[in-house]
Design a protein around this ligand. Structure first.
Ligand SMILES: C[S@@+](CC[C@H](N)C(=O)[O-])C[C@H]1O[C@@H](n2cnc3c(N)ncnc32)[C@H](O)[C@@H]1O
Length: 258
C-alpha cells in the first residue's frame, strides 16, 4: 500500500485536466486584492504539481510551494524549470517554518482534509501564522462536514489514456463517522505501452470539518476569521458545498493559558 500521490503524481494532471485552475487562481487574486492589496508573496501548502502556483506567479506574485509528497514536488519543479518563480520544496503542513516571510499562506484543493483532526488543523494554522507577516492572510479549503453527511461520498471509476500508458482508476470511499472521516481506497490498473501491467494502491483519509471546528482551530492558532464561503464561486456555505473555504487574518499571539 503506497502513500498518497506516490503513484498518482504520474497522472494527477490528467485526472484533474478539467479542473479550472486559472479561474481558481483568479478567485485567489480577487480575495487578496480585497483583503490585502499590497500582498506580493504566497506560500502554497500542499502545492501538488504547482498549477495554482504557476498561474499566480504569471499574475505577478512570488510563490513558493511545499508538499509532503516528493513525487508531487518533483513534477512541480520539473514543470517550472529554472525560472525560480514559483519555487518548490518538500515540507509537511504540520512542520513548516518560514518566519514572517509571506503575505499569504494558502492550501487549496482539500489539503486541509488530509490532516487528521482539529489538533492537526490547529498546528497547520499556527505554522501558517508563524510564516505570515503582520496582517497576512491564510486561505484554505476543506471537505465540509454537513455536505459530506448530506450527499455521501460515492464510488467512482475513471479511465485515462496517457502517451505511455492506459490507466483505470477506481475510488472506493468508506465513511468512518466516529473519526469524522472518509477513507478513499484508490486502485490504479496501469497498462504500460510496452505491454506490462501493474496495480498500485493508495489510501487517502479525508477528514471533514464543520465551521465550528475550523473556527476553533483558527482561534487557537491566533488567526482571525474574515469569512467562510464556497470556493471558488464565493457563494454562502451550504449542504451543497463539498469544498468550503475560509479566509483568516493573522491576529494577536494566542494566550497559552486559554
Ligand atoms: C488533492 S492534492 C492538491 C494539490 C494542489 N494544491 C492542487 O490544487 O492541485 C492534495 C495535496 O496535499 C498534499 N498533502 C497532503 N497532506 C499534506 C501535509 N500534511 N503536508 C503537506 N502536503 C500535504 C498531497 O501530497 C497532495 O499533493
Amino acid at each position: 500500500m503506497s502513500v498518497p500521490f506516490s503513484a498518482a503524481s504520474r497522472f494527477y494532471e490528467a485526472v484533474y485536466e478539467q479542473k479550472p485552475y486559472l479561474m481558481e487562481a483568479r478567485a485567489v487574486d480577487t480575495l487578496i486584492r480585497e483583503s490585502a492589496p499590497a500582498a506580493s508573496t504566497i506560500l502554497d501548502v500542499g502545492c501538488g504539481t504547482g498549477r495554482h502556483a504557476a498561474h499566480l506567479a504569471a499574475m505577478g506574485y512570488r510563490l513558493h510551494g511545499i508538499d509532503m509528497s516528493e513525487a508531487m514536488v518533483a513534477v512541480a519543479a520539473q514543470k517550472s524549470g529554472s525560472t525560480g518563480n514559483p519555487s518548490f520544496s518538500v515540507a509537511n503542513a504540520l512542520d513548516f517554518r518560514f518566519p514572517g516571510q509571506f503575505d499569504v499562506v494558502m492550501a487549496l484543493f482539500h489539503v486541509a482534509s488530509y490532516l487528521k483532526d482539529v489538533g492537526e488543523l490547529t498546528r497547520f494554522a499556527a505554522n501558517a501564522r508563524a510564516s505570515l507577516r503582520d496582517g497576512g492572510l491564510l486561505l484554505f479549503d476543506f471537505w465540509y462536514g454537513p455536505a459530506v453527511l448530506c450527499q455521501g461520498a460515492s464510488a467512482r471509476k475513471r479511465t485515462l489514456s496517457l502517451e505511455d500508458a492506459r490507466i483505470v482508476r477506481r475510488a472506493e470511499p468508506v465513511h468512518r463517522p466516529s473519526d469524522r472521516a472518509v477513507v478513499v481506497n484508490y486502485t490504479f490498473e496501469i497498462d504500460e505501452a510496452d505491454g506490462t501491467r501493474h496495480i498500485a494502491r493508495e489510501v487517502h483519509r479525508m477528514r471533514y470539518f464543520d465551521l465550528q471546528e475550523v473556527g476553533t482551530a483558527l482561534a487557537s492558532a491566533g488567526m482571525t476569521l474574515v469569512k467562510a464561503f464556497s470556493f471558488p464561486d464565493g457563494s454562502p456555505v451550504s449542504e451543497g458545498t463539498w469544498g468550503a473555504a475560509v479566509l483568516a487574518r493573522k491576529g494577536p499571539e494566542p494566550d497559552p493559558r486559554t
